[in-house]
Design a protein around this ligand. Structure first.
Ligand SMILES: [Zn+2]
Ligand SMILES: [Zn+2]
Length: 492
């Protein structure tokens, strides 16, 4: 959809999600990221993949980087050339890793928690019946937008801890903006903190693949997936590109045991795109949901055909709601001169400005709350990272908030939006379905925070996760072994 019109929607890389309307935050990990060692790592990373290949220490590890042409693809056992993959030679799976199960994680962007039942998404519902699902939804982390939540699901950290506090934000220490639409930003590992599950696995000798996933193009925690795809909007949204993710997952799982990835992440941008353009109740959005459901059905059949012990986990990052009213523009209530802004995020150089704008916005409207960063309510986990700005705006309902109107003409908010607190706007809740050899059959789970996916998936892979914001206890009842710790990490 054409999204340049308003102060928030995202276009280009990673699609058309609306920018955080109501204020994302930042992290104590920032301190670590600004250490001299992290700075050096950042300097190395920011030059991109090519420069890294020229480092002697790295060269030996990276035998191959290629966009596989058709001939090579068939030689690789059915990789679909519609989705070019980068392959890094990380060596074979360790003997320990070879003995572990497989996890395939699929995210359907913006697939609201109630869509599957509402629109009879038969494949998703069947997956839930075969294993587990969350009929009342899964709670996204705040803000309920795409990049922060995809990073949360694969690191177990709230956005303020993994550092991607919004799809677009400013880092006051670094004096730089991050945008998920900027190919260089998303592939620059110095923006990210935490240990993605693929980095955890790779560090333990277990191979992984990311068939599009936010953050997968960056080196994070010193590792990259063995296989990953570069995000390109045309490819991502094309029918061939959609099919290619399924073909590639199946092909990678047909590789010899020593080469097979044990963790595969797959991202689809629907039904979020249609949801933004037409709203959550529109026929176009429903059609996109069912198209995604059909792809899940195809994927499940392809995974079953491998005969491997694969746990299939299908989630979404957030839901969608039709916003009420028009844009609420912060500069109509407060003088934001001298502020850096991103969406509704506010960054001032001086404490005087922060205090003044806080006072001015406090009296503005009942449609949002304004907090000094340190006072953002604890349940939002959004009060510790300067990347969230200060003061912080939190909408009190489905209201579209922005700092400024765009220079190139105003427009109405899109028909569907997200970014809101799921405890206040339940339409923000996400989907969760999973089945496989490690998962009990026919169980439902109450709404749970998506930080808990990380220790749960790590357990299914036999990995001991680093300290994170999730807990295995939350989902241990869905595991056939009850989440017992024995036998983990023999591969270390
Ligand atoms: Zn979106
Ligand atoms: Zn999203």
């Amino acid at each position: 959809m054409g999204v340049r019109g308003f102060a928030g929607p995202e276009s280009g890389t990673w699609g058309t999600h609306v920018r955080a309307q109501s204020g994302p935050a930042a992290c104590d990990k920032l301190v670590r990221m600004d250490s001299p060692r992290e700075r050096r790592a950042a300097a190395r990373t920011i030059r991109g993949v090519r420069a890294r290949f020229q480092e002697p220490a790295r060269r030996a590890a990276l035998a191959l980087l290629l966009a596989l042409p058709a001939a090579a693809a068939s030689a690789q056992g059915g990789l679909n050339p519609a989705l070019p993959l980068t392959h890094l030679d990380h060596g074979p799976n360790s003997a320990w890793a070879e003995a572990q199960h497989y996890v395939v994680l699929v995210s359907l962007d913006g697939f609201r928690w109630d869509y599957a039942r509402r629109d009879h998404a038969t494949h998703l519902l069947a997956l839930g019946r075969q294993g587990v699902w969350a009929p009342e939804g899964m709670l996204p982390s705040y803000p309920s937008v795409t990049f922060p939540n995809h990073l949360t699901m694969i690191t177990g950290l709230y956005p303020e801890h993994h550092g991607i506090v919004a799809n677009h934000f400013y880092d006051p220490a670094r004096k730089a903006h991050f945008s998920m639409s900027d190919a260089q930003d998303v592939s620059d590992g110095s923006w990210y903190a935490g240990v993605p599950i693929w980095s955890l696995a790779e560090s333990r000798g277990m191979r992984t693949a990311c068939l599009l996933w936010p953050g997968a193009e960056a080196e994070i925690a010193g590792e990259r997936p063995t296989w990953y795809a570069h995000f390109d909007e045309k490819t991502e949204t094309s029918g061939q590109g959609e099919q290619a993710r399924i073909d590639d997952a199946a092909a990678l799982l047909r590789l010899p045991a020593e080469e097979r990835p044990h963790f595969i992440a797959i991202y689809y941008s629907e039904p979020d795109r249609e949801g933004h353009e037409h709203g959550p109740d529109a026929p176009e959005t429903r059609a996109a949901e069912l198209k995604m459901d059909a792809l899940v059905g195809k994927l499940k059949a392809a995974l079953d055909a491998t005969g491997l012990p694969i746990d299939l986990v299908v989630v979404s990052d957030h839901g969608t709601v039709r916003p009420e009213g028009g844009w609420i523009t912060l500069d109509q209530f407060a003088d934001l001169k001298g502020f850096e802004t991103e969406g509704a995020l506010l960054y001032a150089e001086s404490e005087d400005d922060r205090a003044r704008v806080y006072e001015e916005l406090k009296r503005a409207t009942s449609q949002f709350m304004v907090y000094r960063l340190r006072n953002v309510p604890a349940e939002l986990h959004y009060n510790a990272n300067p990347r969230a700005g200060d003061p912080v705006i939190v909408a009190t309902g489905p209201y579209a908030v922005r700092a400024h109107a765009p220079a190139d003409g105003d427009s109405k908010p899109p028909a569907g939006m997200h970014g809101f607190d799921p405890r206040v706007v339940p339409e923000m809740k996400a989907s969760f379905f999973a089945a496989g050899p490690d998962i009990v059959a026919g169980k439902t789970v109450a709404p749970f925070e998506n930080v808990n996916l990380y220790p749960w998936m790590a357990h299914m892979l036999g990995l001991t996760p680093p300290k994170n914001d999730g807990s295995l206890n939350i989902l241990s009842g869905t595991l056939r072994d009850g989440g017992r710790d024995d036998g983990l990490d023999a591969g270390r």
